[in-house]
Design a protein around this ligand. Structure first.
Ligand SMILES: CCCCCCCCCCCCCCCC(=O)SCCNC(=O)CCNC(=O)[C@H](O)C(C)(C)COP(=O)(O)OP(=O)(O)OC[C@H]1O[C@@H](n2cnc3c(N)ncnc32)[C@H](O)[C@@H]1OP(=O)(O)O
Length: 128
């Protein structure tokens, strides 16, 4: 799993308990999953279809640096299913896990369309 994105927990991200608001974290994850999918499927018309159980394992506090990891687990015909883990960048403490995030590739008509991909691709290989 690659942990591409780092976030710094700021005062505006906190809930009344002084820990990271779960909704902010989920928005960051959805954006990360969307960008991962856009790059893998080479299509910006994608949507989040399904998110499985979300396990909030521990609560980050103001000033913590967290990192978001995404991994492709299944390439379907029109879908791409991802796994997500979030951890503390410094201590490596687990913060959250989601086993399945299913993204769907859309055609120009806004309907699911085959993406034609079967495995992870790296941009550096596409450029050769
Ligand atoms: C390159 C240039 C750079 C560009 C640089 C700009 C980048 C800019 C990035 C912006 C990125 C924005 C990303 C926004 C991310 C949102 O905000 S999305 C908003 C929230 N999501 C939505 O509104 C989606 C609403 N739902 C829908 O529109 C419809 O349900 C859908 C998604 C079109 C699917 O319709 P459907 O009738 O279920 O379609 P169906 O053909 O039955 O299934 C399609 C696929 O979904 C799977 N599926 C269906 N139901 C489920 C389920 N419950 N669980 C799991 N999988 C399921 C099916 O198995 C199928 O997969 P495959 O077997 O083909 O692989």
């Amino acid at each position: 799993m690659n942990f591409h994105t780092r976030k710094w927990v700021k005062p505006e991200d906190l809930n009344p308990n002084g820990t990271l608001f779960g909704g902010s974290l989920l928005a960051w994850i959805d954006e990360e999953a969307a960008l991962y999918t856009v790059v893998q499927l080479e299509n910006k018309h994608i949507v989040t279809k399904f998110i499985s159980e979300i396990n909030f394992i521990s609560a980050p506090r103001q000033g913590d640096i967290i990192e978001i990891g995404i991994e492709a687990v299944e390439f379907g015909r029109t879908s791409l299913t991802l796994r997500c883990e979030v951890r503390n960048k410094i201590t490596r403490e687990n913060i959250l896990s989601i086993d399945k995030i299913t993204m769907v590739n859309l055609g120009e008509d806004g309907k699911p369309a085959p993406h034609g991909k079967t495995k992870i691709e790296f941009v550096r290989d596409r450029l050769q």
